[in-house]
Every structure is written in structure tokens, then in C-alpha cells.
Design a protein around this ligand. Sequence first.
Ligand code: PGA
Ligand code: ZN
Length: 439
Amino acid sequence: MNDTQIAGIKGRRVWDSRGNPTVEAEITLASGAQGRAIAPAGASRGTREATDLRDGGSSLCGKGVAKAVANIDGPIARALIGRDVLDQSGADAALCALDPSPSKAVLGGNATVAVSLAVLHAAAAAAREPLWRRVASAYGRQPSIPLPEIQIFGGGAHAGRRVDVQDFMIMVPGASSFEEVMEITNAVYFAAGDLMASRGRLAGVADEGGWWPAFDSNEEALETLCEAIVKAGETPGDRVVISLDVAASEFGRGGRYKLALENRELDSGEMIDQLGRWLDTYPIASIEDPLAEDDIEGMAAFTTRFGGRVQIVGDDYLVTNAALVRDAASNGACNAVLIKVNQVGTVTEAVETYLTAERAGWRSVVSARSGETEDVSISHLAIGLGAGQLKVGSFTRSERMAKWNECIRIQEQLGASAFVAGAPLHNTWWSKKNDRTTV
Ligand code: PGA
Ligand code: ZN
């Protein structure tokens, strides 16, 4: 065997940030070099994303992964052992050939994503390169340090539907360095906590570590976020802007949107008007899944109306699927895509989606899931692809901080000038207003 041939593959059950079982894959090369990766897990999942194979039954709330691990140790190992680890697309094609189902339901998307990422890690080990550099060289990309989107309040499916909107986040496009983004986020996060404590509203944290949204309306959360930005010594809309993940598929279906708090139902047009009022009132530079995944007309109408001033990101709507991105671009729906490798199941397919979005003139945000682990592959992917933006949840809890901290380490190798600052938001009102366009 050559040094770079895959000699062994092992699956194992490990545990994620919610205490659920998940899948780890470990690949050993003939040289003895190894690569290892862990599958994350979503809670607010798009209906068309890759399926996590779970054992069902009563133990572990039905979430066991014995079948997915067995698929790694059995059919996947048989298909990949002997392959050259440097051939990522070949390995991923072999996974897809083993499981031609549209949602990787046979092998499990949790099995395929762990293996596919482990192949990438093993290739980096074989090439004696850090993962981000392997990504950049394998795909011919210019690496850069992304602008983070960081959650201050959780919500939606990550907080028992306490408020409708799932993520109230900040971006700091006006920061001059990644370190400054971290410092300002620290200040805003604790200012928000202090405000909630002073109002008797502090009630712990949501799934991704953002403050639990003990609010009476979505607007109250937005107001409090603006107050926190001010309390942190910043002017909302100046260096710090707001990013929302509405995750509207969680409360919208068939063009009807049921707002939990207000006991009100909106049609698609009313929902768009409502979001438009928020865009007029608050310094929102990015909005994800503003309409439900089945509301294609609504998504196109929203993009026609607001696409010139705000980043509109498709997550549940596009599920990191290149064909769906192509359709959405031709329908004029969205102008950016969320990239979650486990939504589609392999690195090759996720990169294809990323490149498809880029060819459409779209932006991309590489993203974690709400169920995460110590695995930091996505920091390397975002940096290696030069994706420009990275979303990993809040500014607490080690499964989140591990990703930000990895960016800090990589930046030492790349140099401070690799930070993209506000460039990803060049077509939003933020940069127009501030006239700080850098691309
Ligand atoms: P999920 O949420 O990982 O629970 O799907 C993250 C998101 O919607 O962006
Ligand atoms: Zn989302």
C-alpha cells in the first residue's frame, strides 16, 4: 500500500453538546497518519436535508447511533479501504454510490459526514498541512479569516419556542481585527445578560449558549439587543449590526405563519411586511430563512423587496443543496446560502454548493449546528474556502468557543491582514451607510 492509501476506518459513538449520542469516524492511512471527525446534529432541520440515522426504540430516547456506526465499520469501510485519501471527491462519490437515496437515509448522513470530514482530516495529515491549508490547496482557494455571526439571545426551537425568531445575533463588520470582534461580542453578550438580570428576566441560556429569551415579543428581544449594544459602548448600526435567523419553517407552513407569543397568524404578505418593519426599525444587515422553506413565492417577493439592502440567507430552504441554490438563484429568492456539511452529507457536495452560490454572485455563511462537539472542522472549512462568514452559535460554551478559538490560532499562521472585516456585507445598507466598502 502507498502511504496515502486508507488502511482502516473505525466508527464510534461519542456524545454531543445536548447530551445526545453522535457519530465519530477515524481513518488510518497506510503510513499510520490519522484523521478524525464528529457529526453535528440540528434541531430545526430542513425537510430536505440528509437524514441522521438513529436506532429508534426506547433507549437513549431513540437517538442511538449503533446502526450508523455499524455502517461505518461495515459497508463504508469496505468501500473506502485501499482508496487514496487525497482523492476527496472519489471517496465522497463512493459514499454516494453506496447510498443513492436523496437524503442518505440508508447509510445515515451522520455516518457519511463524519467519514467524509475524517477523509479530509486524514488527507491534511498525509500532506502534513493544517486542515485549512489542505482545503485551500485542494480547492484552489484564497484563505481568509471570516466575519463571525454570534448569537446573543437564542429562541425558536432552541428555546422551547419562547419567542418565534431562533437567533438574535450580532456581526461586527466595523471591527478592524478578529480579536476586536471577540472583544466587542464579549461586551455585548455580558451587557445583554446584565440588562436581563436587572429586569428580573435572567433565566439561563438556550441550546447554543445565547441568553434564554424571556421576552414578551420578538420586538422586545430586538430592543434589548440594541440596548445591550449601547451598554457595550457601541452605536447600533455603526460598527455592530444585527443578524437574525428567523427559521420561519418552524412556525410557517402553506403560506401561514403562527406567531407563538402574539397568538396571531400572518399570511406570507403580512409576514413580509412585518419583517420589513423590523428592517426599517433595527440595524439588521443579515436575515436567514425569513419565510418558510415551502414559501418559494414569499422568499422571492421578500428578496425582490429587500435583497438590495440586506443579506438574505437560505438555510432550511436550501439545505446546502447545489440544485436548490441554482433554482433559488433563477427564481430570485435569497442572495446567500448557509453551508452546513451535514445537511448534504459530504464535503464534496457542500463545496459544490458553495461554488454554485459563488457563481450566482451570492455570499456564503459556513455554519455549525445546534448540537455540536469539540470538532472544529468548520473553522478550517470557512477559512480554507475563504467563505467570508462563520456562524457557530453564541459566545459561551466550549463547543462554540472551540470554533472561535481555532480561528484565533489559524490567524496566527495567516497573519492579521487575512481578516475580511465588513467585506461580506458590502451590498447591505451597513456598508452603503458607512461607505466602507472594501471589495
Ligand atoms: P439547527 O439550527 O442546527 O438546530 O438546525 C441552526 C440554524 O438554523 O441555523
Ligand atoms: Zn437557520
